[in-house]
Design a protein around this ligand. Structure first.
Ligand code: GLY
Length: 343
């Protein structure tokens, strides 16, 4: 008897749920994602970063591996804003922030880490080999060494050294945010440092592989001449990077404090979840920063870069000057981001 009842109940339930199951199937059919791989990166230096990532993506490799390879490429070059040649803090010490996130919402990060060349790879080890997300300072360095990374001294790029010396003369040892005449004294300056060298700021990169999976990473020496111990958005999941494999991924560049206070990349991804295109989502997140403090926003730069599950991408910045690099099967170029303030 019990069996009969159960069977009848089961048949009734099946009849009720069949249309539901069918409609779910139909919806699933409508959502088709392109399987073409893509990698996008902040700044023009992203071209070389993308090339390194593309070697993996074009061989049908995993987006996460492409992200690590791309970030390692710029960490290996001497430049103003990433890796051991990056801008130091106000005490002349280079401290590095990085984070990484995969298609399963696994994530790892390091902050304020000294004398380790590949912070993105250490962040990946934090993700894969520990129950934690973020390690900082000496602890991050100790973990890196235990995991086979070698300690090596920072080697300031000529540009970083010159800029730091100039900064020491002029600034009274006080970290500043200043983009006077579109030329500032930190990585938040939109285009150039005072000596005219281009400002690439943070490297943030996002990739989709041929399985349709998304991953992202960020690596930076952070805001130039920051207080020792300051950590920016680039080590913060939801700030400098967020990946949701059902929706899309976003990264940021510029003044990390503004991105942190608005949970910027998480906001961008949530806006995409609501149906906004990557560009519109980035624009709304930039508008949020401006709305909070319009006067302060005039003095700084933040740029967002995003990709959705279909491989569509977009960016938006507060000020003119933010550029990003894109590599797909069909294109390999630098795009200028749209912006809100200024002409
Ligand atoms: N976006 C880099 C930083 O603020 O440190």
């Amino acid at each position: 008897m019990a069996n009969k009842l159960d069977r009848r109940k089961f048949l009734q339930l099946s009849a009720l749920s069949t249309p539901l199951l069918l409609s779910k199937k139909a919806i699933a059919k409508q959502i088709t994602y392109s399987n073409s791989p893509i990698v996008i990166s902040t700044w023009d230096s992203g071209m070389e970063v993308n090339a390194a990532a593309w070697k993996i993506l074009s061989a049908k490799g995993r987006a996460l591996d492409a992200i690590e390879a791309g970030a390692n490429q710029i960490e290996d070059t001497i430049n103003c804003c990433v890796g051991l040649g990056g801008n130091p803090d106000r005490d002349g010490i280079v401290t590095l922030d990085a984070c990484i996130m995969d298609e399963n919402s696994n994530c790892g990060a390091v902050a304020g880490m000294e004398q380790i060349k590949h912070p993105i790879s250490v962040a990946r080890k934090v993700m894969e080999n520990t129950p934690h997300v973020l390690l900082v300072g000496n602890g991050a360095q100790q973990f890196a060494i235990e995991n086979g990374f070698t300690k090596e001294p920072a080697k300031l790029s000529q540009s970083a050294e010159n800029t730091y010396k100039e900064w020491l003369k002029k600034t009274d040892y006080k970290p500043q945010i200043n983009i006077e005449n579109n030329k500032g004294n930190g990585p938040f300056a939109p285009n150039f440092f005072p000596d005219g060298t281009p400002n690439h700021d943070t490297m943030g990169l996002l990739a989709k592989d041929s399985q349709g999976n998304l991953s992202g990473g960020v690596t930076t020496s952070g805001m130039a001449f920051k207080l020792h111990g300051r950590v920016g958005d680039s080590a913060g999941i939801g700030a400098g990077l967020f990946v949701d494999n059902e929706v899309g991924a976003a990264t940021s560049s510029g003044v990390g404090e503004e991105v942190i206070r608005t949970c910027g990349t998480h906001l961008v991804v949530e806006l995409m979840r609501q149906g906004l295109s990557p560009e519109k989502a980035c624009k709304k997140a930039v508008e949020r920063i401006i709305k909070i403090n319009p006067e302060r926003a005039k003095t700084l730069q933040v740029g967002y870069l995003a990709i959705n599950k279909n491989g569509e991408y977009g960016a938006y910045a507060i000020q003119k000057g933010f550029v990003f690099s894109v590599k797909t099967n069909d294109e390999n170029k630098i795009h200028e981001s749209k912006f809100i303030l200024g002409a």
